[in-house]
Design a protein around this ligand. Structure first.
Ligand code: HEC
Ligand code: HEC
Length: 216
């Protein structure tokens, strides 16, 4: 497996590592929203943070807290663009973002329960890459089995296929642009539609595991 030089990236993202958030306050925001204009997260991300495959709402449960906190900040400052999440994140300050991230990071990861066929081509791409097209193995950054490597590389295992696919398409089209050093852009823009579908199916069906990495 080819390893990527992740040290400079970790230096870039290390400033996002935040103090541990208050899980109880985070839970309250998730359940009820806040009076600054954030709606209850559970309405879309599910009662247990499991997301919603058919609606394309990502699973948040068990994702790394620093990764979640970065996404909320990116939605707030507009570097990640989404008409649903931008106004919600704008209603969460740093402390509220940290708290709600800590709450979701602490929930048991729930995988995508949609039954799907094992995708052999998706598996090859995920585990070995496609070197004819200069696509590295996804697991070289996202960790063994796509379990995630804190704090920079989110878990893909058990994430909804619809959501994984939408994110890869967004990067390919230049619509998601919040990846440090354009690490995902250069991967996604080399992928075909078939490869995007296959790898999304593969990771959605992969067993969820706690992510690797020293920090939570
Ligand atoms: C009306 C539905 C809705 C509500 C309510 C909602 N979200 Fe989201 N959320 C979405 C959608 C849709 C996406 C995917 C957007 C995209 O493609 O960037 C998303 C994405 C996210 C992501 C990015 C996940 C990842 O893996 O990168 C985070 C973090 C998040 N939401 C947190 C929250 C929090 C915290 C709340 C409550 C304060 C909340 N959301 C409320 C619909 C919602
Ligand atoms: C060179 C390292 C690297 C490689 C290789 C890589 N990724 Fe990523 N990926 C990242 C980083 C960094 C992020 C987080 C970007 C951010 O901060 O928003 C990410 C995020 C993602 C996300 C968004 C997850 C979410 O919760 O929103 C998806 C989907 C994804 N990658 C899929 C893949 C797939 C599929 C492959 C293999 C074809 C792959 N990645 C290969 C570095 C990599």
């Amino acid at each position: 497996m080819k390893l990527w030089p992740v040290i400079p990236l970790l230096a870039v993202v290390s400033h996002i590592a935040m103090a541990a958030g208050d899980v109880e306050t985070g839970k309250q925001i998730a359940m009820q929203g806040n009076n600054q204009g954030a709606t209850a997260c559970v309405a879309c991300h599910g009662a247990n943070g499991q997301g919603n495959a058919s609606a394309g709402f990502p699973r948040l449960a068990g994702l790394n807290a620093a990764y979640l906190g970065k996404q909320l900040r990116d939605y707030r400052n507009g570097s990640r663009d989404n008409p649903t999440m931008n106004p919600i994140a704008a209603a969460l300050d740093d402390v509220a973002s940290r708290d709600v991230a800590a709450y979701y990071a602490g929930l048991d990861p729930v995988g995508d329960s949609t039954k799907r066929k094992e995708s052999a081509s998706g598996r090859t791409l995920a585990l070995r890459g496609d070197w004819d097209n200069t696509i590295p193995a996804c697991v070289s950054c996202h960790g063994p089995g796509g379990r995630g490597v804190a704090p920079a590389f989110p878990a893909l295992a058990g994430q909804h296929a619809s959501y994984i696919k939408a994110q890869l398409q967004a990067w390919r089209a230049g619509k998601r642009r919040n990846d440090a050093n354009e690490l995902m852009k250069v991967v996604a823009e080399r992928m075909s539609d078939e490869q995007i579908q296959a790898v999304a199916d593969y990771f959605a069906a992969a067993p969820v595991q706690p992510d690797t990495g020293a920090e939570q």
